[in-house]
Design a protein around this ligand. Sequence first.
Ligand code: PLP
Length: 220
Amino acid sequence: MTAIANQINALQEELPRGVTIVAVTKYSDVSDIQKAYDAGMRDFGENRVQDLEEKRVKLPDDIRWHMIGHVQTNKIKYFTNYIYMVQGVDRCKVLKELNKQAAKDDVVVRCTLQVHIAKEDSKFGLNESECMSLCKEIDNGVFPNVECVGLMGMATNTNDHSVVKREFEGLKTLFDDVAAKYPHWKWDTLSMGMSGDYKIAVECGSTMVRVGSKIFKPQS
Ligand SMILES: *Cc1c(COP(=O)(O)O)cnc(C)c1O
């Protein structure tokens, strides 16, 4: 078995049933991605539109691609016709453009709203009130070609587990608040946790972890 397959198996055994693993491929080449696919992975995440375009044409077409980066709105048109999920919509402009391009392609694009939970300003995302007001617009049918299925967030990069835990718990609370307010929505994705903090995220209620280096660069 390849090292990549070993890592995937270990991760699958460790995570509770119902938690989806998105293998983040931003540092990986096509042959490593193929190894992960052969080990059973179907959800993959890229953060750059150009890299996604180049890699996906060389890989099986039943892969569910997740766009996980901060996207420039002028690039959205390149992926609306095939993307499985856009994580995360970090500003209103992205939601508008997604809706517009998805309408042109006559598709409905699945997305999560990205909420800023970390201390670093360099990380992107909506604040809670922006998130709630977007939810209201979504509920009013302003974006018919977008289906918003949950929230995504990145915690502060710190060894202090209590900080990370507090941030993830905050996101889970917001997730539950939206669920309670819009019970008619399909709202089942709480995307939080990466290689360094997925264990904490899962304890806090994550349903989707985005893991790159732990799968593809296990030694580091
Ligand atoms: C890179 C990245 C990940 C994966 O990070 P690792 O630490 O390599 O697991 C997850 N989510 C986003 C948004 C990323 O950019």
